[in-house]
Design a protein around this ligand. Structure first.
Ligand SMILES: *[C@@H]1O[C@H](CO)[C@@H](O)[C@H](O)[C@H]1NC(C)=O
Length: 175
């Protein structure tokens, strides 16, 4: 029994390493920043990549990546294409992703993921500040929903992040 569990664990780890390395590959090249903004990827020299290569973190990293994909899709559904990079849709995506992470992992680990994701040398400082701010708003919203008994309510999170865009609580343009 224990042997089977251990074998399954090892196989999972090997699969995670394969996934991470495949995702890292397209980042070598000219599209570093563009890819970082539109996709959850492990950038070259990024804090995220280092953290995620620790076998004890890889499963959480795969979950975080799934949630990032979900947030991208949600932003594409709710905003027009020209708003998705450094615009209102980008702000919404960070708010929503960070909220999903907070539902899943709690505030502190969600902050860890959000912070590490922006922590790479090529990240322009204005964009970094914008993303970190919007991640923070997403965490606050998710914590409030949690208090209101709406933990995990994605529709409510989406509505609240859209509201935050229209209220001007999210930064929709980098400095
Ligand atoms: C906005 O995003 C939410 C969450 O992903 C989704 O349920 C909803 O259908 C989207 N709204 C529109 C208008 O597509």
């Amino acid at each position: 029994m224990l042997k089977t569990i251990f074998a399954a664990f090892l196989i999972t780890l090997i699969a995670q390493f394969a996934i991470i390395n495949t995702q890292a590959a397209p980042l070598y090249g000219a599209n570093v920043v563009k890819l970082e903004k539109s996709d959850y990827s492990y950038g070259v020299g990024s804090a995220e990549k280092k953290w995620c290569l620790n076998p004890f973190h890889t499963l959480d990293c795969v979950t975080a990546k799934d949630l990032a994909d979900e947030a991208l899709k949600s932003a594409q559904d709710n905003f027009s294409n020209d708003q998705l990079h450094n615009g209102p849709g980008d702000a919404y995506r960070h708010c929503y992703w960070s909220g999903l992470l907070t539902f899943e992992f709690g505030e502190s680990e969600a902050k860890g993921f959000g912070d590490r994701h922006e922590d790479f040398p090529e990240n322009p400082s204005g964009e970094k500040a914008m993303d970190l701010h919007n991640n923070g708003v997403g965490r606050t919203i998710a914590q409030q929903l949690d208090k209101d008994g709406k933990k995990g309510n994605k529709a409510a999170l989406s509505t609240a992040c859209k509201q935050a865009v229209s209220d001007g609580r999210l930064i929709t343009k980098p400095n």
